[in-house]
Every structure is written in structure tokens, then in C-alpha cells.
Design a protein around this ligand. Structure first.
Ligand SMILES: NC(=O)c1ccc[n+]([C@@H]2O[C@H](COP(=O)([O-])OP(=O)(O)OC[C@H]3O[C@@H](n4cnc5c(N)ncnc54)[C@H](O)[C@@H]3O)[C@@H](O)[C@H]2O)c1
Length: 382
């Protein structure tokens, strides 16, 4: 299959690109280095340096023999989108290209505005380009479990059948996000659903939970092919951050009561879910939604696991509740469904002690690069 990966330089985009080439797909990656630029502007950096996209494809070609063409440019700009879609007509599109950090989106008006404009414009341009240049292409969009929020009822996979005054109708599951970033994902879903109805597009929207980990089958042997690994409070995700905190002896920063529960997955499972969605596409005129996570944990559960495995490795790990910079429920009901991707063939990787120990050992190798002042600057959500 000819697959366009939008956001191909990112934490998930680059591992996905390598993985799909090994599965026999023709892959092209597109990125404008927005993630790298925002990190530089906010003075936060990854745990280790990551080569630029041109370098990464060169290293991957010499390691594997697979070639991945690169387009560098901004997908909010129609001229660039047109150039990409006329040079390479995709059968599948993986849309990762967004500003993905909830805390960044809540930093100030400028960050909020960038997040809104970037995320919605890229999604709209992808839709317009598919209609104009490759109407049969299947869009695999990465949404987030955060679109649903934490309602006091079970979370279904995307849709809810409602009975009202004796009549029934199926609606998009009600969504109520707790950050502007998550709200842009809700708006993306609405845009996609609108154009699925208008133009018969075929779309899979993956409601993904927070991803953890570094290693995939393609990068285990090559340090220079590893993805970004942020551990700061703007761009780092919770488990990756806790592992770094454990390694440097920084008390694990549990926000508030720590009862915030979410569905998590290993980066290896993101690659599987995206590949399975591409290879078994949605029908025309259908918005297919899957909840993309493997198991649920509270923040306290994660902190305890990191403490336990860290101690087994000789680290002195403590846990500290800090003032929650976010506006969110710290103790709530959470029961989301996740059978759709399992039915497609997902074989989950679970967060075992071995997996956690492997992450801690990988981070220990870069311990000298950890800048403690990046870990917790007490940035409040504005
Ligand atoms: N990482 C997670 O835990 C997680 C969880 C749920 C959902 N997601 C979603 O998955 C997707 C990928 O996440 P990630 O962690 O890899 O983020 P990332 O920031 O590492 O990757 C996104 C990539 O898109 C690029 N990009 C953004 N705007 C662009 C534009 N206008 N033109 C061209 N390129 C652009 C960025 O430079 C970056 O390389 C995002 O949409 C994110 O919201 C991620």
C-alpha cells in the first residue's frame, strides 16, 4: 500500500514509518519540525539527540535497505499539501501532524492559537486533498481518549445509542475535553464526520491513550533510530517522565490525589494498531472509531510500579503529591471499551516489570543528560 505519514518526524511518526516499510508498504514522510521548534522555544529538550529526518532515512536505508522519501513543509499551507499529494498519490494516510501536547496548548494565548490553527487546518487540508487528489484513500487519523473526558458512565468506541422519548438514534459519543489540545481533537472528529457524510470519505479515527516506551522491532539495534523522548512537563507523557524522575532520584510528581485513570499502550502497539487499521480499512461513507489502548492505570498505579521496579534495580525512588496544575477530576469512574482493535488482530504488549525495567535501563544510559530543572517548573494551566 502507498502510505503517506504526516508528522513523520514525531515520537510516533518515525517508528511507524520504519515499521510500515518492513511490512512491505511504500512510505513517504512529511513534517515541518514543529515539535522540535516548540521544544527549542520553550527551552526543553529530548533525553538524547535525534538526527533530522533526512539523516534518519539515510541511516534506515543503510540498516534495512528500505527507502523513505521525505517532504519538509507545513501542512497548514495548501500549496505544500498540493505538492505532496500530486507527487505521491496515497492509498492510505496516517495523520499524526498536530501540536500534541495538552500542557503546551494551555500555556498562553499564543500557544493556544497555534494549537487551534495548526491542528484544525492540517485536518481540513488532509480532507480537501483526499477529495481532490485521491478520493479512495483511507484516512487514519490519530485522535485521543481525552476527547471523551471522564464521564460517570461507560465509554463506548466512538458512538452511543440514545433512547429519547421512545425513539432511538446513534450519535457520536458525547465528548468533553479538559484541555484545548484535546478540544482540537474533538473538533477534528467533527470535521471528519461532517465530510464523511458530505463526500463519502473513508476514515478511521483512533482514540489513543498516552503512549509509553522507546523500543520497536526496527530500532532496538540502532540508537540513532530511536524516537524523541521528552521528559519535561510540557511535552513528556506521564510514564516516560516518571522513569526519568526515578533515574535521577527526583520524587515522582503525582498531580494532586493521583486517582486520574487513563488507558495506556506501548509504542509497539501504536504501530500495530495503525498498521491493522490501514490494512483493514473503513468503508466509504463510514467514520470508524476505535479506542486505542491496552490497559488502564491511575497515576498512583504508575508511580507505584515505577517505584517498585526502580527499587529492584537499586534506585531510590520516592513519590510526592504535588499541586495539580491541571483542572481535572482526580478521582473518578473510568470504564472505556477497547475491543475493536483486538477484533482486528491487535496482540497487546502489557506493562510488565520487564518492560518497565528495560525502559529504566535505557534511560540510565543517558542519565548524564537529564536536566533536573526541566522536570517540574510548576507551569500552571492558564
Ligand atoms: N504520544 C502520545 O502519547 C499520544 C497519545 C494520544 C494521541 N497522540 C496523537 O498522536 C499524534 C502523534 O503524536 P506524537 O507524540 O508523535 O507527537 P509529535 O509532536 O512527536 O509528532 C507530531 C509531528 O507532526 C509534526 N507536525 C505538526 N504540525 C505540522 C504541520 N503543520 N505540518 C507538518 N508537520 C507537522 C510535528 O513536527 C511532529 O514531528 C498526534 O496527533 C497526537 O496528538 C499522541
Amino acid at each position: 500500500m502507498r502510505v503517506l505519514i504526516l508528522g513523520g518526524d514525531g515520537y510516533l511518526g518515525w517508528p511507524t514509518a520504519m515499521h510500515l516499510t518492513t511490512q512491505g508498504h511504500d512510505v513517504v514522510v512529511v513534517d515541518n519540525y514543529l515539535r522540535r521548534r516548540l521544544c527549542r522555544e520553550e527551552n526543553v529538550g529530548p533525553l538524547f539527540e535525534v538526527p533530522n529526518l533526512h539523516e534518519r532515512v539515510r541511516i534506515w536505508e543503510s540498516a534495512s535497505g528500505y527507502k523513505i522519501p521525505v517532504f519538509i513543509g507545513d501542512l497548514t499551507q495548501w500549496d505544500f499539501v498540493q505538492e505532496v499529494f500530486t507527487s505521491f498519490t496515497p492509498e492510505g494516510i496516517v495523520h499524526y501532524a498536530e501540536q500534541p501536547a495538552a500542557p503546551y496548548s494551555m500555556l498562553n494565548r499564543r500557544a493556544a492559537s497555534l494549537t487551534l490553527q495548526n491542528n484544525l487546518m492540517v485536518t481540513a487540508n488532509v480532507i480537501f486533498a483526499v477529495r481532490e487528489f485521491s478520493p479512495e484513500a483511507h484516512i487514519v487519523k490519530i485522535g485521543t481518549m481525552g476527547e471523551y473526558g471522564t464521564p460517570n458512565i461507560d465509554i463506548e468506541e466512538g458512538w452511543l445509542e440514545v433512547e429519547h422519548k421512545g425513539r432511538r438514534h446513534t450519535f457520536l459519543y458525547p465528548r468533553q475535553a479538559s484541555s484545548l489540545y484535546h478540544t482540537t481533537k474533538i473538533m477534528d472528529t467533527d470535521l471528519l464526520w461532517f465530510y464523511v457524510r458530505m463526500w463519502d470519505l473513508r476514515v478511521t479515527d483512533l482514540m489513543q491513550g498516552p503512549v509509553y516506551g522507546l523500543f520497536t522491532d526496527e530500532n532496538e539495534e540502532h540508537q540513532s533510530l530511536l524516537p524523541f523522548f521528552n521528559y519535561d512537563e510540557l511535552f513528556g507523557t506521564v510514564l516516560n517522565r516518571f522513569v526519568v524522575q526515578a533515574v535521577v532520584g527526583y520524587p515522582l510528581t503525582v498531580y494532586g490525589k493521583g486517582g486520574q485513570t487513563r488507558g495506556y499502550l506501548n509504542i509497539k502497539d501504536t504501530l500495530q494498531c495503525v498498521r491493522l487499521s490501514l490494512e483493514k480499512p473503513s468503508d466509504n461513507g463510514r467514520l470508524r472509531i476505535f479506542n486505542q489502548f491496552v490497559e488502564t492505570f491511575s497515576v498512583n498505579d504508575l508511580a507505584c510500579k515505577v517505584q517498585q521496579v526502580g527499587s529492584q534495580l537499586g534506585l531510590n525512588v520516592s513519590i510526592q503529591s504535588v499541586e495539580n496544575p491541571r483542572i481535572e477530576a482526580e478521582d473518578h469512574y473510568y470504564n472505556p471499551a477497547n475491543t475493536g482493535l483486538l477484533d482486528l488482530g491487535l496482540e497487546p504488549h502489557y506493562l510488565t516489570d520487564e518492560v518497565l525495567a528495560e525502559m529504566i535501563e535505557a534511560v540510565l544510559k543517558h542519565r548524564h543528560r537529564i536536566q533536573e530543572h526541566q522536570i517540574y517548573r510548576k507551569i500552571k494551566w492558564a
